[in-house]
Write a protein that binds this ligand. Structure first.
Ligand code: TXA
Ligand code: MG
Length: 328
């Protein structure tokens, strides 16, 4: 084990915050069994107390330490997707601190797929509570630099594992009810889950989905989440260029994220080309939003991706960013 991991595990044991990379986004970690340490997460993020946290585990063998009445399908999903970008909501054991669950009878659990995260979890040998390592309502961090820029001195240590592979937050699947449902879409899709479950689960927490606003327990389900500060618009491909011309006519600086090179040359246009496939788009989008958001532009335009199942998680995050941009 490296000295760095040893130091990080010791800080967690001492009740301090350690930010660490996962394959999705960077997490702001604390000892999940220590309510005083967990309270520091809420303080550092400025996050409402009743929003529950995901507990990260070193392996599926830790599941029984946190959850009860675990259904067989949870083990099947763990075999298929862990370590990986899938969070399961299960019934919690009584010892789990209320600070983790927002006082609910359920808990979110996940084994992340990142070598540093797994090393840290094994060294710590327990559950690490970790929301995304950003201030409440802001864009999730996908590099150590993002975490430092946003949380700085509020964390005892930031482990740098390079840019996150997946780039958007894990899929959250609720296994506590009769029907299995998806509370937050992610890169493990409903279709992927359906192959293991034998039935494709309904997505109930997504942006724009029925009932989304009735689900404050998943903070990602608040309409205005994942938001940059600059006004943001999602526009169809054929409208993007009109928005650019409009901005130039008003002598404004505009940021564009689109899957093709910039067709015009003008220094008031900050154009960022993004991959045209969902995985590549997810990988880059938060870093690009963060970069453009820091430039004091009048507006950010993102070219709307296709509206199909492959793009569901990306579209979910983009819709929330659009709803929350400029104010939230
Ligand atoms: O990819 C991810 O999931 C990242 C990395 C760090 O693992 N974490 C993350 O955490 O996105 P956070 O706190 O930003 O979002 C976790 C979501 C929140 O919307 C929270 O409300 C929901 O999970 N959640 C956690 N426990 C829950 C529970 N028991 N019931 C319903 N929702 C829960
Ligand atoms: Mg978050």
């Amino acid at each position: 084990m490296s000295a760095e991991i040893e130091r990080a595990a010791a800080l967690l044991r001492a009740g301090e915050l350690v930010a660490f990379p996962t394959e999705t986004v960077y997490g702001l970690g604390a000892d999940a069994s220590n309510p005083v340490a967990v309270a520091k997460i809420f303080a550092a993020k400025g996050r409402p107390q009743d929003h529950p946290l995901i507990v990260h585990l070193p392996g599926v063998e830790h599941l029984e330490r946190w959850a009860r009445e675990i259904p067989e399908k949870a083990y099947a999903l763990a075999r298929a997707f862990w370590p990986g970008p899938l969070t399961m909501i299960l019934k919690r054991l009584p010892h789990v601190p209320d600070a983790i669950t927002g006082g609910q009878d359920t808990i979110g659990l996940r084994v992340p797929n990142h070598p540093l995260a797994l090393e840290l979890l094994r060294a710590f040998d327990g559950g690490i509570a970790a929301p995304s390592a950003n201030r409440f309502g802001h864009v999730s961090p996908t590099t150590a630099r993002h975490v430092r820029d946003e949380l700085g001195d509020a964390v005892a240590m930031i482990l740098d594992g390079g840019p996150c592979q997946v780039g958007i937050e894990s899929t959250i699947v609720d296994l506590t009810g009769e029907r299995t449902t998806i509370l937050r879409p992610g890169m493990v899709s409903a279709h992927d889950l359906g192959k293991v479950l034998g039935r494709v689960p309904a997505v109930v927490g997504a942006a724009g989905a029925a009932g989304a606003t009735d689900m404050p327990r998943v903070s990602g389900s608040l309409a205005a989440h994942y938001a940059p500060r600059t006004p943001l618009a999602l526009l169809q491909p054929d409208v993007v260029i009109f928005a650019v011309r409009e901005a130039l006519a008003a002598n404004e600086r505009i940021g564009i994220i689109a899957p093709m090179p910039c067709p015009l040359s003008d220094e008031r246009i900050v154009w960022r080309e993004i991959p045209g496939d969902a995985a590549g788009f997810a990988h880059d989008i938060y870093a690009l939003l963060r970069e453009l958001d820091s430039l004091g532009l009048s507006r950010i335009v993102v070219q709307k991706p296709p509206l199909n199942e492959n793009w569901r998680a990306v579209n979910d995050r983009l819709q929330r960013a659009e709803a929350g941009a400029g104010g939230a």
